[in-house]
Design a protein around this ligand. Structure first.
Ligand code: BES
Ligand code: MN
Ligand code: ZN
Length: 507
């Protein structure tokens, strides 16, 4: 549950804690007044983002919240400052943050308040579904104080920020819930609840339908599991007032595809005990796209957004696919499965093929796809690949606005040889220890039928082993904010635009 947010003109007396933004020159972002410098010095408070200083005044508890250099204060700083305030509040259940006079230029009130809500909502997130004791301190309400003329803008910012933070929290919950609880059937049911709340349509395909639709990759992975697979497809259709048709009157379509492995044991190519820990979050991509499409109506998104999530467990049961088996996927291409632990690309093959059949303007997939992406970029940065400069650039820009770090990786066509199969169209692995994230990307590309496409490998940042700003230990919902920025801003390149490949090399 998110705290409730409310816009006011002055921080009300009733709140337990008031947060005040302070720049690195140790003056208030609101009034320009100098803070008690001797005290700041004593406590090592320099006004950097992430720092806080608790003051006990006659009027109550105030928390000075570092905001960084005054002239570089933007969305990222505001989001993190709000998160730091929530963390520093102790057990207070009510908090106010004074934003009077802070909005300016690139950071108008609506946007400022939106990111404050994202940061505060994220830091207030807790996951106590399996705790028998009542939680000790819940943040119930946050007041944002803004200039009188900006109240309406602030209220809009609260609405947008709450929709975004709510979507992120939902995705975090699904990643944090355990694999015995979130089976494919349950994840599909939860998606149906999201569809209802978010006023979007949903189709759920069961095993019979998945077979009839020839999703051989998904069926292959599901064979080793006692739990039946699901395929979820959700569609947001903008209403006439919000739709943004292109010059020919057509409303663009964005398809989001998410990897939904509710537990990845590796299958017969079994993971080690350590390697298996945490693999309940291998459905984060699916949760991200479901959460995203569910928030589109609240955000007034102007394009059609479809979410496709192939969902199954990857288990080594008696009927499991065996290393060496060949699967036939939705688009007719065959894959020799040499490592059953490279299962994400098998289920995404079908998801991407279905996406391409809709002939969308762009496809974006998101997946906890490869360990090698973690080796390359660590736990805080997602890998971004794709076949189209405009699509990849748009995702990169959306991620920047969302404050979610991504970095481009290449799709070198020279490496296509590495996954050639003797007996099928391709195999599902490349060479050991050589560019595993890129090979996975190149394999996915085989299924997008040359549609503009971008791929986010979020194996690292979907899960956090540390607490920082709006991120808490466990599932992060990484990607939801990026995807929501993306669907809000994406415009097709149009007839006059020149499509540029985003590859290196020939082949
Ligand atoms: N779900 C894993 C990737 C992963 C690893 C995500 C660690 C998060 C943390 C994926 O299905 C996988 O097992 N990939 C293999 C690919 C390999 C067999 C080609 C990997 O990363 O080793
Ligand atoms: Mn795997
Ligand atoms: Zn996996």
């Amino acid at each position: 549950m998110l705290p409730s947010f409310e816009a006011t003109v002055t921080p009300p007396d009733s709140v337990q804690v008031v947060g005040r933004l302070v720049a690195t020159d140790l003056t208030s972002m609101t009034t320009g007044e100098e803070v008690p410098t001797h005290l700041a010095e004593l406590r090592g408070f320099t006004g950097k983002v992430g720092e806080t200083l608790v003051l006990a005044l006659d009027s109550g508890i105030e928390i000075l919240v570092g905001s960084g250099p005054r002239d570089s204060f933007g969305s990222l700083e505001a989001r993190r400052a709000a998160a730091s305030l929530v963390r520093a509040r102790g057990k207070a259940s009510t908090v106010a943050i004074d934003l009077r006079g802070v909005a300016a230029g690139d950071l108008p009130t609506e946007r400022l308040v939106q990111v404050i809500v994202e940061g505060a909502g994220g830091a207030a997130y807790r996951f106590d579904r399996y705790k028998s004791r009542e939680p000790e301190s819940v943040l119930e309400s946050v007041q944002v104080a803004v200039d009188e003329g900006a109240l309406d803008d602030a209220r809009r910012g609260i609405e947008r920020g709450s929709a975004i933070a709510g979507a992120v929290s939902w995705s975090r919950d699904l990643s944090n819930r355990v694999p015995g609880d979130v089976t494919p059937t349950v994840l599909a049911e939860e998606a149906a609840a999201v569809a209802e709340r978010g006023a979007v349509t949903i189709d759920i395909w069961d095993e019979e339908k998945i077979t009839a639709e020839r999703l051989g990759g998904l069926l292959g992975v599901a064979r080793g599991s006692a739990e039946p697979p699901r395929l979820v497809r959700m569609t947001y259709e903008p209403d006439e007032a919000t739709a943004l048709p292109d010059s020919s009157g057509r409303v663009p379509t964005v398809v989001l595809v998410g990897k939904g492995i509710t537990f990845d044991s590796g299958g017969l190519s079994l993971k080690t005990p350590d390697g298996m820990i945490g693999m309940k979050m291998d459905m984060s991509g699916a949760a991200d796209v479901i959460a995203t499409v569910g928030a589109c109506r609240a955000l007034g998104v102007g394009v059609r957004v479809v979410a496709i999530a192939p969902i199954t467990e990857n288990m080594p049961g008696g009927r499991a696919i065996k290393p060496g088996d060949v699967l036939k996927t939705r688009n007719g291409k065959t894959i020799e499965v040499l490592n059953t632990d490279a299962e994400g690309r098998l289920v995404l093959a079908d998801g991407l093929a279905l996406a391409a059949e809709l002939e969308p303007d762009v496809i974006v997939d998101i997946a906890t796809l490869t360990g090698p992406c973690i080796v390359a970029l660590g736990m805080k940065v997602a890998g971004l690949m794709g076949n189209d400069s405009h699509a990849v650039g748009a995702v990169e820009e959306a991620a920047r606005r969302a404050g979610e770090p991504v970095w481009r990786l290449p799709l070198p066509r020279e490496y296509a040889k590495d996954f050639e199969s003797q007996i099928a169209d391709m195999k599902n692995t490349g060479k050991p220890r050589q560019g595993g994230a890129l090979i996975a990307g190149l394999i996915l590309e085989e299924f997008v039928a040359d549609r503009p496409w971008a791929h986010l490998d979020v194996a690292g940042p979907s899960d956090s082993d540390e607490e920082r700003y709006e991120i808490r230990k466990g599932g992060t919902g990484f990607g939801v904010r990026t995807l929501l920025e993306f669907v809000q801003e994406f415009r097709p390149i149009g007839d006059t635009g020149v499509r540029m490949a985003d590859h290196i090399g020939v082949g």
